[in-house]
Design a protein around this ligand. Structure first.
Ligand code: APR
Length: 234
């Protein structure tokens, strides 16, 4: 009997207890910035300095944070579950990697990567970016941007994600408001293929009614206990 394959979708709520702000909670990032100014290609074209400052600040904040018990529990699940476990994250932080997760898809890109708009190359990047940053490959400046997917841009790896959703037995959504598509539509896609669907979130998300099962509470509590249950513990 093949072991169930699991797809896990994660959002900003997973990293909240590591000290990274979410977007739509009270005091969240979109209560401080207009996403059109800092997370769209139009915003970048209009004021690249503001956009670079926005991501430079988030890159600096990232250096001080650590994965939390929820990230670690998901890495344990990948190690100990006999079937396939893949994490599709909307998060651009590198906390899943730091916790030890390997089978990971960053559908909204990565804060610690930079992309050259002139030659299309991408590079691991932990320092600040600016208009004067030169591309390590083509040498031109003025074209380096964070390798993150902005509103209006196509998320990465959608083919791979679609394949995983069509083949999974269990779909778990953790720490996401279910506000932004295409990620918010994954639960309907997975359940159409017959997967059992579970939401683990601080409070009911906008998509809560689509899930067969909802467990609400902080990720550092509900995720480790859910993983324990999946691995045949309590
Ligand atoms: N534990 C579990 N869930 C939490 C916690 C916590 N400690 N803290 C907050 N949450 C939940 C909130 O209840 C909310 O439902 O996490 C969710 C965060 O929602 P958003 O701030 O909308 O973040 P997310 O869903 O990841 O946003 C999706 O929107 O702005 C874009 O590209 C950005 O990837 C992001 C996408």
């Amino acid at each position: 009997m093949p072991q169930p394959s699991i797809v896990i979708l994660t959002g900003a709520g997973l990293s909240a207890e590591s000290g990274l702000a979410t977007f739509r909670d009270k005091g969240g990032i979109w209560s401080k910035y207009d996403y059109r100014d800092v997370a769209t290609p139009q915003g970048f074209a209009k004021n690249p300095k503001l956009v670079h400052e926005f991501y430079n600040m988030r890159r600096r904040d990232h250096a001080a944070v650590k994965p939390n018990a929820a990230h670690l529990a998901l890495a344990r699940l990948e190690r100990e579950h006999a079937g396939n476990v893949v994490i599709v994250t909307q998060n651009i932080d590198a906390l899943h990697e730091a916790a030890g997760s390997k089978n990971l898809i960053h559908m909204h890109g990565e804060l610690l990567k930079a992309l050259c708009q002139h030659c299309g190359s991408t590079h691991a990047w932990t320092e600040d970016l600016s208009l004067f940053t030169q591309c390590p490959r083509c040498g031109s400046d003025g074209g380096m941007r964070p390798d993150v997917v902005w509103f209006g841009e196509r998320p990465y790896h959608m083919g791979e994600i679609g394949k995983a959703l069509s083949a999974c037995d269990l779909f778990v959504s953790i720490g996401t408001s279910g506000h932004v598509y295409p990620a918010a539509g994954f639960v309907a896609e997975a359940s159409a293929y017959g997967a059992h669907t579970v939401e683990l979130n601080l409070e009911p998300s906008e998509g809560a009614s689509y899930f067969a099962e909802c467990i609400h509470g902080p990720a550092t509590e509900v995720v480790p206990s859910f993983v324990e249950r999946l691995l045949g513990g309590t």
